[in-house]
Design a protein around this ligand. Structure first.
Ligand SMILES: Nc1ncnc2c1ncn2[C@@H]1O[C@H](COP(=O)(O)OP(=O)(O)O)[C@@H](O)[C@H]1O
Ligand SMILES: [Mg+2]
Length: 403
C-alpha cells in the first residue's frame, strides 16, 4: 500500500497543485531548477513552457521507466516538446485549475491500469484486485447526470433489460449510486447482499465468488443485478477501489455492464466514468439540467472523457426543443425518451421495468432505441451522422427533404 507519486514540472507557483494533490491522496515531487529528484514516479506533469532543454532532461530521466504516463500542459505557444506522441502522453490546456489537474491524473491512473488513491490514502495494488485480467469483452456503459431525478435509474434499468431482450447475452446492472440510489426498490430482485458487505474484507478477498454472491437475478428478464448496498449509513465504506474491482469483475463475466451512477463529481463517480466505454448523459429539457450538463461536458473535455459521451433526452416531449438542446450542448442528441405520465411510476411501484409492464407504449419503443445505440452501434452511427448533416445544412437555411 503506497500513495501514487507525481513528478510535478511546472512553471510559476505550484503550491495550489501540491495542496490539492495531497488532499486527493497523491505524493508530489517538484522539479526545481530543472533538477529531477531521485526516485520513481507513477505519473508526471510536464509544462511545455519550461523550454525544450528542461523538458528533454526531464524526459530523459523518466524515459528510464517507460511506463510513466505524462500529462503535458500546453501554454500559449502551443508548442509540443520533441518526443511527444508516445501513448502515455496526454494533453491539457493552461491554465489548468488544481481540481481539474487532480481529475486528469486520476483518469490517467485508471486508464493506465493503475488505481486511485483511496480516502484512507492507501493504494490497493493491482494484484490485490480481482485476479482475472480484463478480458475487454464486457462493454461498460455509465448512465450519468450531474443532477438527480432526471431519469438515470429509469433509463439504466430499462436499458439493461432491453439489452438482455435484444441480445440474449449476459447483462449486469450495477447500482453505483452509493448512498442514494436503490435499483432494487424499482426492480424486484431477491436481494441478499451488496458491495458494502465486502467492504470490511481485504482486497485479496474480493474474488469472483465474492462478487457472484452479491448478484441477484431479475427473474422476468434474466438481468443480473449488483448493488452497492441498501443502508445509506454504510455508504462511506464502499471505496473507489472496491467499485473499480467490481466493475473489472463485471466486465470479465458479462457482455454488457450498465452502471447507474451517483449524480455528482465525487471520486467514486469520476472513477466509474473514467473506466466506462461509453457515458450516457441523461438530460431533461429544462434550463437547469441543460446548464449542469454543459458544465459536465466541459469537465469531461478537460478529462479527456468526452469521446464516449452520448446525450439522451428524457421527457423529451416537454420543455426545451430537442434541436435547441443539441445546439446549446454542441452535441447531437443520440436518443430521446418521451414522458410516460404516471406509467413509469406505476411500473416501478410494482418493481417491474416499464418495457415489460407497458411493452406497447411509445416509451418502451424509445427505451429500446436507447439500447440499440449499444446493441446496433453501426445503425446508431449512421443515424447520428445523418442528423449532423441536417444541422449543417440548416445553418444555411437550406431545407432538405428529410429535415
Ligand atoms: N420518461 C419518464 N416518464 C415519466 N416518468 C419518468 C420518466 N423518467 C423518469 N420518470 C420518473 O421520475 C422519477 C425520477 O426518475 P429516476 O429514474 O429515479 O431519476 P434519477 O435516477 O436520475 O434520480 C421516478 O419517479 C421515475 O419513475
Ligand atoms: Mg437514481
Amino acid at each position: 500500500m503506497e500513495r501514487p507519486t507525481v513528478l510535478l514540472a511546472v512553471t510559476g507557483d505550484s503550491d495550489h497543485y501540491l495542496e490539492q494533490l495531497a488532499r486527493a491522496g497523491f505524493e508530489s515531487v517538484r522539479v526545481t531548477d530543472g533538477v529531477v529528484p531521485a526516485g520513481s514516479f507513477d505519473l508526471a506533469v510536464v509544462d511545455c513552457d519550461l523550454g525544450s532543454d528542461a523538458i528533454s532532461s526531464i524526459y530523459a530521466t523518466i524515459e528510464a521507466d517507460k511506463s510513466v504516463p505524462v500529462l503535458l500542459l500546453i501554454g500559449e505557444s502551443m508548442e509540443l516538446p520533441t518526443g511527444f506522441g508516445s501513448t502515455t502522453n496526454e494533453l491539457a490546456m493552461k491554465p489548468l485549475p488544481a481540481d481539474a489537474l487532480v481529475y486528469r491524473l486520476q483518469a490517467l491512473l485508471i486508464r493506465s491500469g493503475q488505481h486511485l488513491p483511496s480516502e484512507s490514502s492507501g493504494w490497493a495494488s493491482a494484484e490485490g484486485l480481482s485476479t482475472a485480467p480484463v478480458a475487454g469483452e464486457g462493454h461498460a456503459v455509465s448512465v450519468f447526470a450531474p443532477k438527480g431525478g432526471v431519469g438515470k435509474t429509469t433509463i439504466s434499468v430499462n436499458l439493461a433489460v432491453a439489452l438482455r431482450q435484444q441480445t440474449r447475452s449476459e447483462v449486469l446492472l450495477f447500482d453505483a449510486d452509493v448512498g442514494v440510489g436503490n435499483v432494487t426498490s424499482v426492480l424486484e430482485v431477491p436481494y441478499r447482499m451488496g458491495l458494502a458487505d465486502l467492504s470490511d474484507s481485504p482486497p485479496e478477498e474480493w474474488t469472483d465468488a465474492a462478487f457472484d454472491q452479491c448478484v441477484a437475478t431479475h427473474a422476468e428478464s434474466g438481468v443480473r443485478v449488483l448493488t452497492w448496498g441498501t443502508d445509506p449509513a454504510e455508504s462511506e465504506r464502499v471505496s473507489v477501489d472496491l467499485l473499480l474491482a467490481a466493475l473489472k469483475w463485471a466486465r470479465n463475466h458479462h457482455s454488457y455492464v450498465v452502471v447507474d451512477n451517483h449524480p455528482g463529481y465525487d471520486d467514486r463517480t469520476m472513477a466509474m466514468l473514467a473506466v466506462s466505454d461509453e457515458i450516457f448523459l441523461v438530460v431533461t429539457p429544462e434550463v437547469g439540467a441543460l446548464r449542469n450538463s454543459a458544465q459536465f461536458l466541459e469537465l469531461a473535455r478537460d478529462l479527456g472523457l468526452d469521446k464516449g459521451i452520448r446525450v439522451i433526452v428524457n421527457r423529451a416531449n416537454h420543455g426545451i426543443r430537442v434541436e435547441d438542446m443539441a445546439s446549446s450542448l454542441g452535441l447531437p442528441i443520440a436518443a430521446t425518451v418521451v414522458s410516460s405520465g404516471p406509467k413509469a411510476v406505476i411500473a416501478s411501484n410494482e418493481g417491474r421495468p416499464i418495457i415489460i409492464k407497458f411493452p406497447k407504449e411509445r416509451i418502451a419503443d424509445d427505451l429500446h432505441a436507447v439500447a440499440r445505440l449499444i446493441s446496433e452501434p453501426e445503425g446508431a452511427m449512421a443515424k447520428e451522422s445523418k442528423a449532423t448533416a441536417r444541422r449543417w445544412w440548416a445553418r444555411f437555411g437550406v431545407k432538405t427533404s428529410n429535415a
